[in-house]
Design a protein around this ligand. Sequence first.
Ligand SMILES: [Cu+2]
Length: 215
Amino acid sequence: NKEIPISILIKDDSNKPIQSFDTVHEKKMHLFIFSKDLAYFSHIHPNYKGKGEFAFTTKFPAGGDYMLLSEFTPQGGGDPSIESHWVQIEGKTAKKQPLVPDQKLTKVVDGKKVTLSFEHLMAGMTVHMNFTISDAASNQPIKNLQPYLGAMGHAVAISDDVEKYLHIHPMTTEGNGPKVTFMTVFPEKGIYKVWGQFQQDGKVFTVPFVIDVEK
Ligand SMILES: [Cu+2]
């Protein structure tokens, strides 16, 4: 619960700082923070200071282990690099939250009712994940989503052992809601936590689901 300044230095194989990074989805770096039990999630855009160094400050909600996972693309480097690092935060730890698959894939977040649906939810094959968003109070479909970081939404999925990570962008966007479809392949069966992030009226909302991917 204290603001902690953190810097990340990106070096190449010969230990030299990488100087230039491509802007991808409007940012040079996308950083995700997960608590070990995946109860806590944060998506941050560190500032690029130059000479390979990115910096940000953040507050961790409790003591314990957190994974910092960054995505960045060295200029001319093609696919994004994904690097992760565990940090240990001092202080009183939170009670570990068990990761249990949701029985009902509908959540209400910030006045929005969000339903997640799939055609097939199996490892190793293409999965279409549909997020359907309505106004929780009026039950009316939301049709005025705004692009968030250059897409109609972003989704991140991570396995319960915090080993397998997926950053998923929507397929061709049809309008501005109420349905946003993402396409991905889960590499292995197991329990994953998924966070969908969308924007309406200039505000980002994040909706989490815990899903069980079959073999
Ligand atoms: Cu980002």
